[in-house]
Design a protein around this ligand. Structure first.
Ligand SMILES: NCc1[nH]cc(CCC(=O)O)c1CC(=O)O
Length: 308
């Protein structure tokens, strides 16, 4: 049997999630899978992501390696994937998503409500900044990048009172015991696709596509399709302050999508929801985005787009 080469970024989180997918593929299909590390621009630079100006800085190098045949499949964090399709590739599997919420890791076990006004909270994401500011707690927000160790280290060293990161990343690294609050989506909607993984193969590689399809979870696929169609219709990239969460409710009959477009300079955010049958996920996302645009979301999205 031939060996499937799985391309991954070299970060601890990427390797952990790629290994998890490799294990499942071996167990469920009997395939031989080997990890191949691909170094990306996003990993080598520590500049704020918003200054890169392009979508998917972490993804491009891995996709190129996949398209050129250096590897046979790739595992990405779905929220890092640009919304435009890569015609060379197919999203062959979207496995069941982890808990998509954001998480606070704060000193002394504190929650957001318990952090005193003036507390210094780290996050590099405009979406988290705008939603934290909108809570009106008087928190001071400061930029933050780097891997999970670096980010949490700024809290343990006393430099920051707390940091906000994706719960799913901590879950995959076995570090959920450090979370002091899983932030309710009523207060902070996660990034579109947060907590989900995407397994890609070449568009013309039917064999790998068939193997990967055993890992696909239709509910997760519908949910993230709605979130990503909203993001695409807003014409917003990963640096825009857009949060979205779709959930399959009513015993699988209904998809419920909530979304927010925020503003880092403090203008009121736009928060709306919509629902419909899961089979219409893409249309629900488009419809909700159109409603948000009609309420002025275009100005908020444009204000956040970095200059080229
Ligand atoms: N933006 C970086 C990124 N991309 C994916 C995750 C991990 C969680 C996930 O799969 O959504 C993270 C870290 C974070 O936001 O804290």
């Amino acid at each position: 049997m031939t060996t499937l080469r799985l391309g991954t970024r070299g970060s601890q989180l990427a390797v952990t999630q790629s290994s998890h997918i490799a294990d499942r593929l071996r167990a469920e299909t009997g395939a031989d899978v080997e990890l191949v590390t691909i170094s990306t621009l996003g990993d080598r630079s520590s500049a704020p992501l918003s200054t890169f100006g392009g979508q998917g800085v972490f993804v491009a190098a891995v996709r190129d390696a996949l398209a050129s045949g250096e590897v046979d499949l790739a595992v990405h964090s779905l929220k890092d994937l640009p919304t435009y399709a890569d015609p060379r590739l197919t999203l062959a599997a979207i496995p069941q998503r982890e808990d998509p919420r954001d998480a606070l890791v704060a000193r002394d076990g504190l929650t957001l409500a318990e952090l005193p006004a003036g507390s210094l909270v780290g996050t590099g994401s405009p979406r988290r900044v705008s939603q934290l500011n909108a809570l009106g707690l008087g928190l001071r927000i400061t930029g933050l990048r780097g891997n999970v160790d670096t980010r949490i280290g700024k809290m343990t060293s006393g430099e920051l009172d707390g940091v906000v990161l994706a719960r799913a990343g901590l879950a995959r690294l076995g570090r959920t015991d450090e979370i002091t609050e899983a932030i309710d989506p009523i207060q902070m909607l996660p990034a579109p696709g947060q907590g989900a993984l995407a397994c890609e193969c070449r568009a013309d590689d039917a064999d790998t596509h068939r193997l990967l399809s055993v890992l696909d979870d239709p509910d997760t696929r519908a949910a993230v399709s709605a979130e990503r169609s909203l993001l695409a219709t807003l014409e917003a990239g990963c640096s825009a302050p857009v949060g979205a969460l779709a959930e399959i409710v009513n015993e699988g009959e209904e998809l419920w999508l909530r979304a927010v477009v925020g503003d880092i300079s403090g203008s009121p955010s736009i928060r709306l929801s919509a629902s419909g049958p899961p089979s219409e996920a893409v249309a629900i996302g488009e419809r909700l985005a159109a409603e948000m645009l009609a309420e002025g979301a275009d100005r908020l999205v444009q204000a956040s787009t970095p200059a080229p």
